[in-house]
Design a protein around this ligand. Structure first.
Ligand code: MN
Length: 134
């Protein structure tokens, strides 16, 4: 049984420019009971994060225009949004990429194609996690 203290926000913002990936991600999250908000580019995504203040952001790294790394850095530099965990979703599984992704401020990285079990478990693990010290 899960012990809940204060009820955390169950909102998740998904920033993804591939519509098939988006659809799959949203399906998985909605079935799991989350309220999902979507954006297909970084600028809209950042705006959405600021208005919805979700418990987690899922960030596609490869976006046209501003990429997911820059978008993550922007969210992490803003005192209003820096506490919101950002999980990278990327097709690039290379070692150097993961380092850059974590360096940009992401809490974790999920590799495409998504493994549904792993994805759901990482989402619940990182949703609303507070930074250890700020
Ligand atoms: Mn993409």
């Amino acid at each position: 049984m899960k012990i809940t203290r204060e009820k955390p926000p169950r909102k998740i913002v998904v920033i993804e420019d591939n519509l098939m990936n988006m659809e799959l991600t949203v399906d998985i999250l909605e079935v799991a009971g989350y309220k999902v908000f979507t954006a297909t580019n970084a600028e809209d995504g950042i705006r959405l994060v600021k208005t919805e203040m979700p418990g987690l952001v899922l960030m596609d790294i490869s976006l046209s225009g501003m990429d997911g790394l820059s978008a993550t850095s922007a969210l992490k530099k803003d005192p209003a949004t820096r506490h919101i965990p950002v999980m990278a979703v990327t097709a690039h599984a290379m070692r150097g990429d993961e380092e850059r992704i974590l360096h940009a401020g992401c809490c974790a990285c999920v590799t495409k194609p998504i493994d549904v079990q792993e994805f759901r478990s990482k989402v619940s693990q990182f949703l609303n996690c507070e930074p250890s010290n700020e």
